[in-house]
Design a protein around this ligand. Structure first.
Ligand code: ATP
Length: 131
């Protein structure tokens, strides 16, 4: 089967894959070749792509997953190859978001802080290859 991971800005991945695991809004799911047509909204998380027994990891942050006729498409706001992630930046973003959530300032936008935390966690997970 084939997988494309596309953002507004670029095509992050456009190759054949033997297995795809990703995080939908209702939980994680996996797709193998010849799966029936399937569509899901995506959560902020990590997409694992297996090619010839080797796994690669990408962040995928929201958007939609569609599978039909062995063609998978992930259309997402932000996607990054796990190898391109700046770990220090992600750790700092995680720390900032955690501090904001702990301090609970009156002006806190908790949804925004939680989303920032989820993005940072996904980035760190994608770099560590420990999905
Ligand atoms: P930060 O607070 O560090 O900017 P963020 O989660 O607010 O993190 P986003 O708004 O999700 O950042 O992303 C803005 C742009 O920066 C996107 O193009 C994204 O791919 C890139 N980006 C964000 N964090 C990282 C990172 N740790 N490594 C590589 N690219 C990153």
């Amino acid at each position: 089967m084939h997988l494309k991971i596309i953002t507004h800005e670029k095509v992050v991945f456009d190759e054949d894959a033997d297995e795809i695991r990703t995080r939908g809004v209702s939980g994680e799911f996996g797709i193998l070749p010849n799966h029936v047509p399937f569509m899901s909204a995506l959560d902020i998380g990590v997409t694992k792509v297996v090619q010839n027994g080797e796994a690669r990891y990408f962040t995928t942050m929201g958007g939609i997953f569609q599978f039909k006729n062995n063609e998978a498409v992930i259309l997402t706001d932000i996607a990054e190859d796990g190898n391109d992630i700046d770990v220090t930046r992600a750790k700092e973003a995680m720390k900032r978001a955690k501090t904001r959530l702990e301090e609970k300032a009156e002006t806190l936008d908790s949804k925004r802080a939680e989303a920032a935390l989820a993005r940072a966690v996904a980035r760190l997970k994608a770099t560590k290859n420990n999905n």
